[in-house]
Design a protein around this ligand. Sequence first.
Ligand code: PEP
Length: 248
Amino acid sequence: MRKILAAGNWKMNNTPSQAAAMINELKEKTKGCKNDVLICPTFVCLPDAIKAAEGSNIKIGAQNMHFEDKGAFTGEVSAAMLKELGVEYVIIGHSERREYFAETDDTVNAKIIQALKYDLIPVVCCGESLKQREDGITFDFIRSQIKIAFRGISKEDAVKIVVAYEPIWAIGTGKVATTEQAQEVCAAIRACIGEIYDEATAAAIRIQYGGSVNAGNAAELFTQADIDGGLVGGASLKADFGKIVNYK
Ligand code: PEP
Protein backbone atom coordinates (compact mmCIF):
# COMPACT_ATOMS: atom_id res chain seq x y z
CA MET A 1 0.00 0.00 0.00
CA ARG A 2 1.45 3.34 -1.03
CA LYS A 3 1.46 6.05 1.61
CA ILE A 4 0.38 9.57 0.73
CA LEU A 5 3.25 12.06 0.74
CA ALA A 6 2.22 15.68 1.30
CA ALA A 7 5.28 17.79 0.56
CA GLY A 8 5.89 21.52 0.81
CA ASN A 9 8.37 23.16 -1.55
CA TRP A 10 9.12 26.48 0.11
CA LYS A 11 11.29 27.68 -2.79
CA MET A 12 13.31 30.82 -1.92
CA ASN A 13 11.17 31.81 1.06
CA ASN A 14 11.69 31.94 4.84
CA THR A 15 14.80 32.69 6.89
CA PRO A 16 16.10 30.01 9.31
CA SER A 17 14.15 31.45 12.27
CA GLN A 18 10.97 31.76 10.20
CA ALA A 19 11.42 28.17 9.00
CA ALA A 20 11.73 26.90 12.57
CA ALA A 21 8.64 28.84 13.66
CA MET A 22 6.56 27.49 10.75
CA ILE A 23 7.64 23.92 11.41
CA ASN A 24 6.81 24.26 15.10
CA GLU A 25 3.31 25.37 14.11
CA LEU A 26 2.93 22.57 11.59
CA LYS A 27 4.09 20.02 14.15
CA GLU A 28 0.96 20.63 16.17
CA LYS A 29 -1.21 20.11 13.10
CA THR A 30 0.47 16.88 12.03
CA LYS A 31 0.14 15.09 15.36
CA GLY A 32 -1.50 11.75 14.58
CA CYS A 33 -1.48 12.46 10.83
CA LYS A 34 -1.60 9.24 8.83
CA ASN A 35 0.23 10.68 5.82
CA ASP A 36 3.93 11.30 5.30
CA VAL A 37 4.74 14.99 5.63
CA LEU A 38 7.76 16.61 4.02
CA ILE A 39 9.03 20.17 4.11
CA CYS A 40 11.72 21.36 1.70
CA PRO A 41 13.20 24.69 2.80
CA THR A 42 16.28 26.41 1.34
CA PHE A 43 19.72 25.01 2.14
CA VAL A 44 20.48 27.58 4.86
CA CYS A 45 17.27 26.72 6.72
CA LEU A 46 17.95 22.97 6.80
CA PRO A 47 19.73 22.74 10.21
CA ASP A 48 17.04 24.80 12.00
CA ALA A 49 14.25 22.98 10.17
CA ILE A 50 15.65 19.58 11.12
CA LYS A 51 16.00 20.65 14.75
CA ALA A 52 12.45 22.04 14.83
CA ALA A 53 11.03 18.87 13.27
CA GLU A 54 12.65 16.58 15.86
CA GLY A 55 10.16 14.30 17.60
CA SER A 56 7.50 14.88 14.95
CA ASN A 57 6.48 13.03 11.79
CA ILE A 58 7.71 15.91 9.59
CA LYS A 59 10.59 14.93 7.30
CA ILE A 60 12.95 17.51 5.89
CA GLY A 61 14.17 17.64 2.31
CA ALA A 62 16.41 19.85 0.19
CA GLN A 63 15.30 21.56 -3.01
CA ASN A 64 18.34 20.57 -5.04
CA MET A 65 21.84 19.05 -4.87
CA HIS A 66 24.83 18.51 -7.14
CA PHE A 67 25.55 15.19 -8.86
CA GLU A 68 29.27 15.11 -8.05
CA ASP A 69 30.71 14.02 -4.69
CA LYS A 70 32.72 17.22 -4.18
CA GLY A 71 34.99 19.66 -5.99
CA ALA A 72 35.17 23.03 -7.71
CA PHE A 73 31.45 23.74 -8.07
CA THR A 74 31.04 27.16 -6.45
CA GLY A 75 27.69 27.63 -4.78
CA GLU A 76 26.69 23.99 -4.96
CA VAL A 77 25.80 21.48 -2.22
CA SER A 78 26.58 17.76 -2.26
CA ALA A 79 24.54 14.73 -1.26
CA ALA A 80 27.03 13.90 1.50
CA MET A 81 26.55 17.37 3.02
CA LEU A 82 22.77 16.94 3.05
CA LYS A 83 23.00 13.45 4.48
CA GLU A 84 25.25 14.54 7.33
CA LEU A 85 22.75 17.25 8.31
CA GLY A 86 19.96 14.67 8.58
CA VAL A 87 18.14 15.52 5.37
CA GLU A 88 16.02 12.60 4.11
CA TYR A 89 14.57 13.74 0.77
CA VAL A 90 15.72 15.92 -2.11
CA ILE A 91 13.67 17.52 -4.88
CA ILE A 92 15.32 16.93 -8.23
CA GLY A 93 14.60 18.58 -11.58
CA HIS A 94 11.93 21.06 -10.50
CA SER A 95 10.75 22.96 -13.59
CA GLU A 96 12.13 26.22 -12.13
CA ARG A 97 15.59 24.60 -11.98
CA ARG A 98 15.19 23.31 -15.51
CA GLU A 99 14.09 26.75 -16.74
CA TYR A 100 16.37 29.11 -14.79
CA PHE A 101 19.37 26.92 -13.98
CA ALA A 102 19.73 24.92 -17.18
CA GLU A 103 19.01 21.51 -15.68
CA THR A 104 18.44 18.82 -18.26
CA ASP A 105 17.02 15.31 -18.23
CA ASP A 106 20.61 14.05 -18.14
CA THR A 107 21.61 16.10 -15.08
CA VAL A 108 18.35 15.04 -13.43
CA ASN A 109 19.31 11.39 -14.02
CA ALA A 110 22.83 11.97 -12.64
CA LYS A 111 21.39 13.68 -9.54
CA ILE A 112 18.92 10.86 -8.89
CA ILE A 113 21.73 8.29 -9.06
CA GLN A 114 23.84 10.40 -6.70
CA ALA A 115 20.97 10.94 -4.23
CA LEU A 116 20.28 7.20 -4.09
CA LYS A 117 23.98 6.51 -3.51
CA TYR A 118 23.72 8.61 -0.34
CA ASP A 119 20.40 7.12 0.72
CA LEU A 120 18.44 10.30 0.06
CA ILE A 121 14.94 9.88 -1.37
CA PRO A 122 14.64 11.76 -4.67
CA VAL A 123 11.41 13.61 -5.44
CA VAL A 124 11.77 13.78 -9.21
CA CYS A 125 9.77 16.45 -11.02
CA CYS A 126 8.42 16.14 -14.53
CA GLY A 127 5.74 18.02 -16.43
CA GLU A 128 4.78 19.59 -19.71
CA SER A 129 4.54 23.24 -20.75
CA LEU A 130 1.26 24.77 -21.91
CA LYS A 131 2.54 24.68 -25.50
CA GLN A 132 3.33 20.97 -25.25
CA ARG A 133 -0.15 20.28 -23.86
CA GLU A 134 -1.77 22.33 -26.61
CA ASP A 135 0.34 20.56 -29.22
CA GLY A 136 -0.92 17.21 -27.90
CA ILE A 137 2.53 15.89 -26.96
CA THR A 138 2.10 15.77 -23.16
CA PHE A 139 2.29 11.99 -22.88
CA ASP A 140 5.25 11.57 -25.27
CA PHE A 141 7.16 14.34 -23.52
CA ILE A 142 6.60 13.00 -20.02
CA ARG A 143 7.41 9.43 -21.06
CA SER A 144 10.70 10.69 -22.42
CA GLN A 145 11.44 12.61 -19.18
CA ILE A 146 10.68 9.49 -17.12
CA LYS A 147 12.73 7.13 -19.29
CA ILE A 148 15.81 9.34 -19.00
CA ALA A 149 15.26 10.03 -15.28
CA PHE A 150 15.24 6.28 -14.47
CA ARG A 151 18.11 5.35 -16.83
CA GLY A 152 20.64 3.03 -15.16
CA ILE A 153 18.62 2.74 -11.92
CA SER A 154 17.97 -0.74 -10.56
CA LYS A 155 14.49 -1.96 -9.70
CA GLU A 156 15.45 -2.07 -6.02
CA ASP A 157 16.40 1.62 -6.12
CA ALA A 158 13.55 2.68 -8.40
CA VAL A 159 10.90 1.86 -5.79
CA LYS A 160 12.45 4.39 -3.40
CA ILE A 161 11.93 7.26 -5.85
CA VAL A 162 8.97 9.64 -5.65
CA VAL A 163 7.81 11.16 -8.95
CA ALA A 164 6.08 14.54 -8.89
CA TYR A 165 3.95 15.28 -11.95
CA GLU A 166 3.88 19.06 -12.17
CA PRO A 167 2.41 20.58 -15.32
CA ILE A 168 4.41 23.79 -15.75
CA TRP A 169 1.29 25.78 -16.64
CA ALA A 170 -0.22 24.91 -13.25
CA ILE A 171 2.76 25.88 -11.08
CA GLY A 172 2.18 29.09 -9.17
CA THR A 173 -0.60 30.13 -11.55
CA GLY A 174 -3.67 29.21 -9.54
CA LYS A 175 -4.68 27.13 -12.60
CA VAL A 176 -4.83 23.62 -11.18
CA ALA A 177 -5.03 20.67 -13.57
CA THR A 178 -8.43 19.00 -13.58
CA THR A 179 -8.62 15.83 -11.54
CA GLU A 180 -8.92 13.87 -14.81
CA GLN A 181 -5.86 15.55 -16.35
CA ALA A 182 -3.77 14.92 -13.23
CA GLN A 183 -4.92 11.31 -12.84
CA GLU A 184 -4.43 10.35 -16.50
CA VAL A 185 -0.86 11.65 -16.60
CA CYS A 186 0.02 10.04 -13.25
CA ALA A 187 -1.43 6.76 -14.59
CA ALA A 188 0.68 7.14 -17.75
CA ILE A 189 3.79 7.71 -15.63
CA ARG A 190 3.01 4.55 -13.68
CA ALA A 191 2.49 2.61 -16.91
CA CYS A 192 5.80 3.89 -18.24
CA ILE A 193 7.58 2.75 -15.07
CA GLY A 194 5.86 -0.62 -15.54
CA GLU A 195 7.33 -0.83 -19.05
CA ILE A 196 10.82 0.03 -17.81
CA TYR A 197 10.69 -2.41 -14.86
CA ASP A 198 7.57 -4.45 -14.11
CA GLU A 199 4.08 -4.11 -12.67
CA ALA A 200 5.16 -4.59 -9.07
CA THR A 201 7.69 -1.75 -9.33
CA ALA A 202 5.11 0.50 -10.98
CA ALA A 203 2.59 -0.30 -8.25
CA ALA A 204 5.09 0.50 -5.49
CA ILE A 205 6.31 3.92 -6.68
CA ARG A 206 4.70 7.04 -5.25
CA ILE A 207 3.53 9.59 -7.79
CA GLN A 208 2.50 13.05 -6.63
CA TYR A 209 0.63 15.81 -8.37
CA GLY A 210 1.89 19.39 -8.07
CA GLY A 211 0.58 22.69 -9.42
CA SER A 212 -1.68 25.08 -7.53
CA VAL A 213 -2.73 22.49 -4.94
CA ASN A 214 -4.64 24.10 -2.08
CA ALA A 215 -6.80 23.12 0.87
CA GLY A 216 -9.88 23.14 -1.38
CA ASN A 217 -8.66 20.78 -4.10
CA ALA A 218 -6.17 18.49 -2.28
CA ALA A 219 -8.67 15.85 -1.15
CA GLU A 220 -10.07 15.26 -4.63
CA LEU A 221 -6.62 15.09 -6.22
CA PHE A 222 -5.01 12.92 -3.55
CA THR A 223 -7.78 10.32 -3.65
CA GLN A 224 -7.28 9.51 -7.34
CA ALA A 225 -6.09 5.97 -8.06
CA ASP A 226 -2.61 6.95 -9.24
CA ILE A 227 -2.01 10.10 -7.19
CA ASP A 228 -0.16 9.56 -3.93
CA GLY A 229 -0.12 13.07 -2.53
CA GLY A 230 1.20 16.38 -3.70
CA LEU A 231 4.16 18.67 -4.07
CA VAL A 232 2.85 22.01 -2.90
CA GLY A 233 4.46 25.40 -3.43
CA GLY A 234 2.53 28.54 -2.50
CA ALA A 235 0.00 26.87 -0.21
CA SER A 236 2.77 25.19 1.83
CA LEU A 237 3.77 28.64 3.08
CA LYS A 238 0.34 29.23 4.59
CA ALA A 239 -1.39 27.91 7.67
CA ASP A 240 -3.67 26.03 5.25
CA PHE A 241 -0.90 23.50 4.64
CA GLY A 242 -2.05 21.78 7.82
CA LYS A 243 -5.40 21.15 6.10
CA ILE A 244 -3.69 19.81 2.96
CA VAL A 245 -1.60 17.41 5.01
CA ASN A 246 -4.70 16.13 6.86
CA TYR A 247 -6.76 16.33 3.68
CA LYS A 248 -9.58 13.97 4.60
C1 PEP B 1 5.85 23.79 -6.97
O1 PEP B 1 6.60 24.75 -6.92
O2 PEP B 1 6.32 22.65 -6.98
C2 PEP B 1 4.42 24.04 -7.01
C3 PEP B 1 3.63 23.06 -7.30
O3 PEP B 1 4.00 25.32 -6.76
P1 PEP B 1 2.48 25.82 -6.51
O4 PEP B 1 1.84 24.85 -5.57
O5 PEP B 1 2.61 27.18 -5.95
O6 PEP B 1 1.81 25.79 -7.84
